[in-house]
Design a protein around this ligand. Sequence first.
Ligand SMILES: [Zn+2]
Ligand SMILES: [Zn+2]
Length: 651
Amino acid sequence: MKVQVLLPKIFNFPFTYNSDHKKNYKRGDVVEIPFGSKKEIGVIWNNVNSVSKNIRIKSINRRIGDFSINQNLIDFIEWFSMYNMVPRGLVLKMCIGNGQNIFKEKDKIEKLKKIKVTQYALNKEQKNSLKYLENIKGKFNVSVLQGATGSGKTLVYFERIKKIIKENKQALVLLPEIFLTNQFQSRFEEFFGFSPAVWHSRITPKNKRIILKGIVQNKIKLIIGARSSLMLPFKKLGIIIVDEEHDASYKQDEGVIYNARDMAISRASFENIPIDLVSSIPSVETYNNIKNKKYRHIKIFKRYNNFPLPKTKIINLNVDKIKDQYVAYETIKEVKNFLKKNEQVLFFINRRGFAPFLICKNCGYKHSCSECSLYLTFHKSKNKAVCHHCGLEKSIKKSCKNKKSDCDFIMYGPGVEKIFEETKKAFPDKRISIFSSDFMKKKNETQSLFKKINDNKVDILIGTQMISKGFNFPNLNCIVVIDADFSGRGYDLRATEKNIQLYHQLSGRAGRFSSNSLIIYQTLSPENETLNNLIRNNPEQFLENELILRKKNNLPPFTRLVALIISSNSKNLSFRGAQEFKTKINSIHGLEVMGPVDSPILRIKKKFRCRLLIRFSNSQLFQKKIANLLDNLKISSKIKLTVDVDPINFT
Ligand SMILES: [Zn+2]
Ligand SMILES: [Zn+2]
């Protein structure tokens, strides 16, 4: 008998092999095969009826343990590959990895350590939410669980998972990678009494093998993982939870480009199981699906401990700004009240480094990246100019272009380091720490800072976006947003949405155990409607407005977009390539091709980039047609094509 075997490699199509009928291989079995001069692993994909007689067909070597993937996953891989325009083999690789050392006999799944369970009681709202979510059992459906930070959404889905596991099924909790903290993990442990298996890009190969084995054998019941975990070959998946469903990092922008939240929904549909999306403010797309009754929806209104949400205050920087400083007088005054009571204050600025921009007064020199078309950010702690896109570091230029004088730089805009300096000046006797990826390269640095904050050994914390995610600081009662900006500049469809999510999440960090907490928004546009809706705790109004705007501009979720990014060492070549693609794609009836245009960031890592944007009705899938067309084109080896289905970022 002949079968087709798909390899977890770049190929879009399976290869034909002889299968010994006595071995009784089935569709989905993971097998070892000879491939060229090597041995590889692959998955039996289809039976083959006829094969051209001239080809010498090799035989399958053996089956790997009892490893196989089920029909649901095979169907899902086919769909994923079609939808995202990614070769089937690469999708398979996301599911089973590519190592030949998959399933080493000596890898043992460790016996679960028993951990003392802490009992939590659900309040009335939580109980109602749980009941609502459980109301539809077994079958595929999408439910949204909404509730502010601190409302106890996590406990609700923990309870839900507990029951699913009792039915001998598996549960998957997806989280943005940055949330996968020890703090979060210990909450799991305290609730379930065992450690969950954690899956993300940085776990060791051995750990990956062990988890894979446990999942295939249904010995591991609970996975918490970053986006890639949605591809794992579960034996008997019973539920998927997508926590922080609105988080932009669910969109993978490099390598295989896909949206993990959307793909999780498809996976649940192929498995015919429920999926719960959890959020404090749903994304625009999810909100639209709630409105259209495609998704079920339940909201928790109160905070778990019943403490009120923080009060808010807008400080107008046009009036109150001190020269060359970014912390206003009024802010300093307010902050003092909290510090006096020994309570903690967080200054939030979403910019690493000291200043995003520095320019020489004498010769006008600006540091820019030699690989990307971007200016460099000044990092005082390193005394270097750093590219936040590719990581390139440059020494600060000493002498002017004409060599007659020394450079004298002025800095524009604040970064964490600048705010650190200002707060040091304003509160010299307070203990101040920076929370930013540049200062927390190592895991134990983060851990020890957390401990210091928890033990109240830090008074003021200066943090970037990292801080808004899943951390719990009991004594934090005042938050200052240095630069609340809703102008929606930039090339990100979701810029404003992201800011709303961010500030909303941030405000949930304050006053979790206090009835007197405050969040200060320093801003240059105090009248901004979005900001004022946020303050009135009415983010739904923003979502409504945003939907109207998207509809008017023919943007998703009312249409579907596919971006093609064409890059090359030569600007000319990438542009010409793009034009060629456009002509071809235009031959497909029913879609619209915009561009080519230069990417807003024209050059990244030495490559010139040019973009096409394809738009079509959201009720249609043109991916297959576009992919067929691209497959048949001879693309010059000098240009590289990247396909981004449902793009969010337009840089
Ligand atoms: Zn760069
Ligand atoms: Zn100069």
